[in-house]
Write a protein of this length. Structure first.
Length: 142
């Protein structure tokens, strides 16, 4: 059963992160959209081992709500910044089972809450020079 997380916007946002010092820029789609209501679509965002874990978790908790959003991910290995799928399934005890996609290089990523980055509460450093990246919201997606 899909459900939206409390306090989160239903629509995805198109953002750019840009370094004023060196000119580095990346454009991302973050948040959640209507296509994330379909488990089949959601599963395509993850590698096969993670897909299997998600399916098993949903089978274990078939009546509990789950949701997926894309958050900002920074790769531990290559430093790439990308929109990374994060799957959350609520358990009876109120805790969440959380699975996140990996970087295209196959490495783990550090996840940054996109809303906190957009609001300026959290800063991300430029991969080439280390300066804080500036955030611009360019539009929305469903």
């Amino acid at each position: 059963m899909f459900a939206s997380p409390r306090g989160r916007k239903q629509m995805g946002q198109l953002i750019s992160l840009k370094c004023e010092k060196c000119g580095y820029e990346v454009n991302l789609g973050v948040g959640a959209g209507l296509t994330f209501n379909s488990l089949d679509t959601v599963l395509t965002l993850f590698d096969k081992p993670t897909q299997d874990k998600i399916k098993a978790a949903i089978e274990q908790y078939p009546r509990n709500f789950w949701y997926v959003s894309k958050e900002i991910g920074v790769c531990d290995k290559c430093g790439r910044i990308s929109g990374v799928a994060v799957f959350k399934l609520n358990q009876e005890n109120g805790q969440f089972i959380v699975y996140k996609a990996k970087c295209p290089c196959g490495a783990e990523v550090d996840i940054y809450d996109s809303e906190e980055v957009i609001e300026g509460k959290t800063k991300i450093s430029c991969p080439p020079c280390g300066e804080p990246l500036e955030v611009t919201v360019n539009g929305h997606w469903d």
